[in-house]
Design a protein around this ligand. Sequence first.
Ligand SMILES: NC(=O)c1ccc[n+]([C@@H]2O[C@H](COP(=O)([O-])OP(=O)(O)OC[C@H]3O[C@@H](n4cnc5c(N)ncnc54)[C@H](OP(=O)(O)O)[C@@H]3O)[C@@H](O)[C@H]2O)c1
Length: 252
Amino acid sequence: MVKICSHVVSSAETSDQSWVGTALVVGAGGIGAAVAEELSQRFSELTVLTCGRQGPPDQALQVDLEDDASLDQFMSELQGRGAPLRLLFNCSGRLHGPELQPEKRLKQVNRRQLEQQFAINAIAPVLLAKAVEPLLKRDQPFHFASLSARVGSIGDNRSGGWYGYRAAKAAQNQLLRCLSLEWARRWPQATVTLLHPGTTDTELSKPFQSFVPAEKLFSPKRAAGHLVDVLVQQTPDRTGRFLAWDGQEIAW
Ligand SMILES: NC(=O)c1ccc[n+]([C@@H]2O[C@H](COP(=O)([O-])OP(=O)(O)OC[C@H]3O[C@@H](n4cnc5c(N)ncnc54)[C@H](OP(=O)(O)O)[C@@H]3O)[C@@H](O)[C@H]2O)c1
């Protein structure tokens, strides 16, 4: 395992990367809202916009990542704005829902739940990349980050369970690894990064927090601080990595 980030990033380091332009945070849930706040506080020259299905009235753009027509509309609205896009941080995702529970055993695996997990945790991130690609420029830096999860690591899977969520995150990792290789050729200033936020106190993790020691459960603000620390260290020569909140590389 390679540790690439274990310290607080200084403003001198980050200013080198010219964090200027528009940042889109897609999925302003627990972690996404905190990431948007963190980016706004750290980078005064970044215009941070949140995007999602619903949310605060000041939410800049509406998009349902599981609806092709909505993604097409999102793409044309972005192109109409014409602002230089500096960063897209996908913080959307789903672990459970009214009719969706992570599977404990094979008996609970079914087509409908697998499709629900893949729709948002695997397919949505790569379609988001497709939606913003027309805004990229060969000579301008661009960071694309997406939240994955350590449980999506195949190499690190020692306990099983959570079939659909694990598999969907693993599929996201592969799709975005492909993307990183293609963009390295076509958009040499772009970076693609898959990030594990650490277990964080949000609606997504609420039903499962009793197994987590208090000191290992991050507040969204703390998780966002770590994630932005790792993200600003990413450079095109380090594209296509799967990294934890502390900068540690995670096995695919
Ligand atoms: N919390 C953790 O401990 C933890 C650990 C590892 C990884 N992660 C990952 O981190 C990411 C963020 O999780 P979170 O804890 O912040 O969860 P959260 O509070 O539930 O936020 C998830 C966000 O995704 C949005 N979303 C879901 N489906 C969408 C769709 N079709 N179109 C647009 N937006 C959609 C939700 O919007 P709506 O309100 O419209 O549903 C919500 O804003 C997820 O990918 C999760 O897998 C979290």
